[in-house]
Design a protein around this ligand. Structure first.
Ligand code: SAM
Length: 312
């Protein structure tokens, strides 16, 4: 999702319009950036997090942005806010970024829809290994990906629609391609049921090994009730850090209906589709789910591999 769409201004706008997301980062930055700090903002976009860091007292902020059009807007934003003496823009891929000094804080809004899109988190953690001081702070400090057997009612309804002799024609070919992942926006008006939620992995600065490029994990779910499922929904929760009162600041991309948020956030979720349109799992059966998640893939969407088994 990142370069193609996030590079576009419309997408930068929608992220800024998500005030829960942006204010959460603002709180984390104001609570953690100290006067005189050196800060790296990886994937700077509009420059919003770099500008927060500068306002919070940073003496120098490196704003890394790969997309040239976005970097042009970023530069204008920095100039309009008269922060060009603090914020230095690096218009290029974060992988090629290099400086001869260490950062006190490294920040990135790199979560995307499933934490690992477009190699961004991998590059972020590599930058952390390379450029963060020993006691430095990273924002977000912990990122966890979860999987849940899910039933998305819209998809079920769509499948019923295409299975009927609709328009007096057989349009069953139009049923969701079963072999593909799709992104879904589980916001206010979408009915989604999650039967259980299990952790797939957690990314932190101390558990990251740049040589590990694929996360392979098997999780098992026990059906406490009869379940009808049409996918495995991936969601994440991130701890950005502490706010100025010492409270944890979290962001997540859980379906809005199932969270306490009053308005929807700006993220989608990945729904890993099943081999069949729907699967029935009887009470007390199990679902084992094996997933291989590439950390260094540029086309994450195509490269996630998974299989599952339903058994008694
Ligand atoms: C989710 S947006 C965040 C933008 C901004 N930091 C914010 O919080 O509003 C991610 C940004 O990272 C940039 N990006 C993605 N991959 C990158 C890479 N490898 N190197 C540098 N920038 C990258 C995208 O172009 C996009 O502007």
């Amino acid at each position: 999702m990142f370069e193609g769409q996030y590079g576009e201004i419309l997408c930068q706008r929608s992220m800024l319009l998500d005030t829960w997301r942006t204010n959460s980062f603002k709180n984390a930055i104001f609570a953690n950036v100290k006067k005189g700090d050196l800060v790296i903002d990886f994937g700077a976009g509009s420059g919003i997090l770099s500008m927060f860091a500068a306002q919070a007292g940073a003496k120098k902020v490196y704003a890394i942005e790969v997309d040239t059009d976005t970097a042009t807007v970023l530069k204008k934003n920095v100039m309009k806010n008269k922060l060009q003496h603090i914020i230095e823009i690096y218009n290029g891929d974060g992988e090629g970024f290099n400086i001869n000094e260490k950062a006190d804080v490294i920040v990135s809004e790199d979560m995307g829809d499933c934490l690992i899109e477009n190699k961004m988190n991998y590059i972020f953690l590599k930058l952390v290994k390379q450029f963060l001081t020993d006691n430095g702070i990273i924002i977000p400090s912990r990122q966890t990906l979860y999987a849940s057997p899910a039933f998305l009612n819209d998809m079920h309804e769509e499948n019923i629609f295409f299975n009927k002799n609709v328009y007096d024609l057989d349009l069953s070919e139009m049923i969701e391609n079963n072999s593909k992942i799709r992104t879904v926006y589980c916001c206010d008006n979408r009915e989604v049921k999650l039967y259980d939620t299990k952790e797939l992995f957690t990314l932190e600065k101390n558990n990251f090994d740049p040589n590990e490029s694929v996360i392979s994990k098997e999780i098992k779910f026990h059906a406490n009730e009869d379940m009808l499922i049409n996918g495995m929904l991936l969601t994440w929760d991130c701890l950005l850090g502490k706010d100025s009162n010492g409270n944890d600041i979290h962001l997540h991309n859980f379906p809005t209906r199932l969270s306490s948020l009053s308005k929807s956030h700006s993220w989608f979720q990945y729904l890993l589709l099943l081999n069949k349109i729907e699967e029935k799992v009887r009470k007390n059966q199990h679902v084992s789910f094996h997933i291989e998640i590439p950390l260094i893939s540029k086309s994450t969407y195509d490269d996630i591999k998974y299989c599952y088994n339903i058994y008694s």
